[in-house]
Design a protein around this ligand. Sequence first.
Ligand code: HEC
Length: 127
Amino acid sequence: MNTLSHRLSGLSRLVLTTLLVSGAALFGGDQAKDLPKFDGNFQKYWTDACARCHGANGNGRDNNGKPLPDAGFDFTDSRKANKKKDSDWVKVTLVGKDKMPAFKDKMSEADVQKMITDIVRKFAAKH
Ligand code: HEC
């Protein structure tokens, strides 16, 4: 009986590991896929649509501190961020740039402007 339950738990561990590994591989694919439409909540939209590439804290790292492959810019680096104009950031967010997807079909220009001043700029202020 003991041997059987041991074998079973070994098997389920194997299945679980396989699922986790293939799940990670899937997620590592196209980061711009399935971007949701803006729903009026800026903080939530950062989490849902931007954090997958830029990180929850805007530093381009995941929750374990590991650099994200498609981060592009560290918004917590105030020295660098201060050299950037809001208007340029609004433009990049609306029309996209290289791996940065365009959000003009997801958000209005006024919403993007508010996203930059209320969320993106605050990452630098916090650190
Ligand atoms: C698929 C990954 C991805 C997603 C999702 C994404 N970004 Fe980006 N973003 C990038 C990359 C990569 C760059 C760097 C582009 C370049 O300069 O080549 C970038 C650049 C930017 C820049 C310009 C930074 C600079 O270089 O000065 C801003 C602003 C920005 N993103 C805001 C956002 C906002 C706001 C969202 C969510 C609404 C978002 N991004 C979602 C990948 C992403």
